[in-house]
Design a protein around this ligand. Structure first.
Ligand code: SAH
Length: 234
């Protein structure tokens, strides 16, 4: 969807450019930008999952970015969060989250590459039992502080290599990854409950594909969702 200059989003951005408040938006500006983001980037692009939309509407995305980046927190793009990592584009977070929208509260979700913690917060807000893993100590600390301050701590947040999954909390009803490897680590598939889903990017001949894998009994069914661009699973 293109952003028309007549949309509230376009107007707000133009206002920011005129008033130069991009680097110092008020709480009211941020609230409005969040509402416009949900309407135009999420609902406007076909995400219909109510649980996803209400979680994304409830979580202040700017709190997961440094203060000087608050003004661009609701932009239609991924943002650098330092250390070579990115917070995913809001639409991508919504698209991935919505794959789990049918799961009841209390479902157990493993999140690999929790980064600044925004996706973690969305999953916690949806009532899931979230086990998040991040490999970079600075991001792990930053996300822990933010999630604690917002009262959105997951069931566990671990500084570790997520390729190993988390055997002591398995089996999971869902596994979500925001970093891309050449294949899905076999420990993830081993840690799936029957009927569980993995939503993750996978590298195919230099292109990345967001895939959805469902386990039914001992069989795994893969569906391609769309082409994507994520940081590497190290
Ligand atoms: N959803 C996150 C996206 C962060 S980008 C957010 O909202 O911020 C992907 C993250 O995956 C990075 O923080 C990176 O450090 C992490 N990562 C990469 N390889 C990993 C691994 N093997 N184990 C755990 N985390 C990993």
């Amino acid at each position: 969807m293109t952003l028309s200059c007549r949309s509230p989003w376009g107007e707000l951005k133009a206002m920011w450019r005129r008033r130069n408040v991009h680097s110092n938006p008020s709480d009211e500006d941020l609230k409005q930008l969040q509402q416009v983001m949900v309407r135009e980037q999420i609902a406007g692009r076909g995400i219909t999952c109510k649980n996803t939309i209400s979680a994304i509407s409830a979580i202040p995305r700017h709190r997961f970015l440094p203060k000087e980046m608050h003004g661009i927190a609701y932009d239609d793009s991924p943002q650098s969060i330092g250390l070579g990592q990115t917070i995913s584009q809001p639409y991508m977070v919504a698209l991935m989250t919505s794959q789990f929208g049918h799961l009841p509260k209390g479902s157990r979700i493993l999140e690999i590459g929790s980064g600044c913690g925004y996706q973690t917060a969305i999953l916690v807000e949806m009532g899931f039992e979230v086990h998040a893993i991040e490999i970079i100590p600075e991001l792990f600390e930053f996300s822990k502080n933010t999630l604690r301050a917002l009262n959105l701590m997951p069931a566990s947040l671990t500084l570790a290599d997520g390729k190993r999954g988390k055997a002591d909390s398995a089996p999971f009803d869902g596994i979500i990854a925001a970093a891309c490897g050449a294949s899905i680590p076999h420990l993830w598939t081993e840690q799936m409950a029957d009927g569980a889903l993995i939503v993750a990017p996978v590298e195919d001949e230099n292109n990345q594909m967001l895939v959805r894998i469902q386990r039914i009994n001992e069989e795994y069914f893969r569906e391609d969702i769309c082409g994507v661009r994520f940081v590497p699973l190290v």
